[in-house]
Design a protein around this ligand. Structure first.
Ligand code: NAD
Length: 481
């Protein structure tokens, strides 16, 4: 078991209090690490260190930043096994999911290495004769990043790599349930040559110190991934202080299967979309709509296929489901299933527990008075609904406060494109799972699923600030040409 310390100004720094909390391995709730319960004072120290480092290094050439990111990608590639081990033991990731996270992290760092040379402005025609007019993109200063427990490496890398690539300094408040990933990231950035203070980590309970970080006067931008509840709260704080922010929040993503779809393809995609990492994925397909003529066939095939969504040894490549992260989350998953069952839903598969793991659960006959109908379960639970027409399913799919990802399975290109245009979602996939990400795409959601987008292009919006500069000849003349 390891004791963590805050990472501030390039060094491990003891917390301002003696309070520590336990970071538990969800497979058996044994203690994985001991973590300082940071305070407002610790947050302030981290932000001040970041601010000073920003002032010192803001003019570092693009070529140097490119070198840091390139080195970071190589270190990440070398250390994938170290990161994967942490993801397995700290948050209960099956090795297949941990492998996806580590591969994504390597890919993101490589893509981000191309960003420093692309932080460009424009030359602009001026209305005044002889005046030269241009725009610059400048870093904002200190960026605060807050990560969720479920993809701490993907989000920790996305947020920090883009802050560093664009010339900012970064302070990370990692989820209470995944602090060790953040500690390993600190080592990575240090070895990659990133100057002390450009990457900092404060540990603690987000409910206690989150506002101290997001509300800190020297934090200029916030990049948050987590629940819609906390996201809305952060938006209020940011709005009051006119800070830039991106929110990547929860979902209730629909997956639609038309009667003309390849059923095997749709079954496999649906299985992956909702049961990978025991459904603790923001893009999880927790609502599956199947066109009535094939509803029974799909329901049977999908329920039977849940035997492939296996609970098992997390280091076995075919294991898809592991433990639910915490007792609070387990209680939520149980409550959603029990409530649906009590109100008359059929449990076609699953609904059983092995230790802290819930089996792949398929519900049918879910009605709008059941909690699982509208709320994000964030567990291995999905509901099957029949539909009769494309217009009807578009309405059903959009009947949610969320709008993250959506998929449709069909061979009819007209249907597919109509759905892509009408779906109230930030991301739509045709004949593919709801669950997907790449470094350079505009990733994110609408409605209660998010605000703004993240990715190597999209993040320029919150991580840089436009400045307009004009030049007039010093003798006041018309510019001499
Ligand atoms: P959460 O909202 O409970 O916690 C997320 C983070 O917010 C944690 O680090 C927590 O400490 C911190 N936090 C809590 N209160 C805060 C405050 N007042 N100020 C600042 N930070 C605060 O979410 P979680 O349970 O860790 O993650 C699951 C949620 O995240 C789900 O809703 C899921 O859909 C969402 N998620 C979204 C995406 C996406 O890209 N859209 C990706 C992963 C997870």
């Amino acid at each position: 078991m390891k004791n963590l310390e805050h990472w501030i100004g390039g060094a491990a720094i003891s917390s301002s209090t003696e309070n520590y909390f336990d970071d538990l391995n969800p497979i058996d709730d044994s203690v994985f690490s001991r973590v300082p319960a940071g305070t407002a004072e610790d947050v302030d120290r981290a932000v001040e260190a970041a601010h000073q480092a920003f002032l010192t290094h803001r003019d570092t050439p693009a070529a140097v930043r490119e070198e840091w990111l390139t080195k970071a990608a190589a270190i990440m590639e070398r250390d994938v096994a170290i990161f994967a081990d942490i993801l397995v033991d700290e948050i209960g990731s099956p090795i297949a999911k941990a492998g996806f996270e580590t591969r994504f992290a390597v890919g993101f760092l490589r893509a981000a290495a191309g960003v420093p040379r692309r932080v460009r402005g424009e030359t602009i025609p001026s209305d005044t004769p002889g005046r030269f007019s241009m725009s610059l993109r400048q870093p904002v200063g200190v960026v605060a990043g807050i990560t969720p427990f479920n993809v701490p490496l993907i989000k920790g890398i996305k947020q920090s790599a883009m802050a560093i690539a664009t010339g900012n300094a970064f302070v990370l408040l990692p989820s209470e349930a995944s602090p060790m990933v953040a500690a390993q990231l600190a080592k990575l950035w240090k070895e990659a040559g990133v100057p002390d203070g450009l990457f900092n980590v404060v540990y603690g309970n987000g409910a206690d110190i989150g506002d101290d970080l997001t509300g800190h006067p020297k934090v200029s931008a916030i990049t948050f991934t987590g629940s819609s509840r906390v996201g809305k709260h952060i938006a209020e704080i940011a709005a009051r202080r006119l800070k830039k922010y991106t929110l990547e929040l929860g979902g209730k993503s629909p997956l639609i299967v038309s009667a003309d779809a390849d059923i095997d393809q749709a079954v496999n995609a649906a299985l992956f979309s909702i049961f990978m990492y025991q459904g603790q994925v923001c893009m999880g397909a927790s609502r599956i709509y199947v066109e009535r003529p094939i509803f029974d066939k799909f329901a049977k095939a999908f329920s039977a296929a849940t035997k492939n969504a296996k609970i098992g040894d997390l280091r076995e490549p075919t294991t898809m489901l592991g433990p639910i992260i915490s007792e609070r989350q387990r209680e939520r998953v149980r409550r959603h299933i029990d409530d649906a069952r009590a109100k008359g839903a059929d449990v076609l598969a699953g609904g059983e527990w092995t230790g802290n793991c819930c089996s792949a659960t398929v519900l049918q006959g879910v009605t709008d008075d059941m909690t699982v109908f509208a709320e994000e379960t964030f567990g291995p639970v999905t509901s099957l609904y029949p539909f009769d027409s494309l217009d009807e399913v578009i309405e059903l799919a959009n009947d949610t406060e969320y709008g993250l990802s959506a998929s449709i399975f069909t061979r009819d290109i007209d249907k597919a494109l109509r759905f892509a245009q009408r779906a109230e979602a930030g991301m739509v996939h045709i004949n593919a799972p709801t669950l997907y990400d790449e470094p350079h795409v505009p990733f994110g959601g609408i409605k209660a699923s998010g605000f703004g987008r993240e990715g190597t292009e999209a993040d320029l919006e919150i991580m840089t600030e436009w400045k307009w500069v004009t030049i007039q000849s010093a003798d006041g003349g018309a510019g001499g040409h």
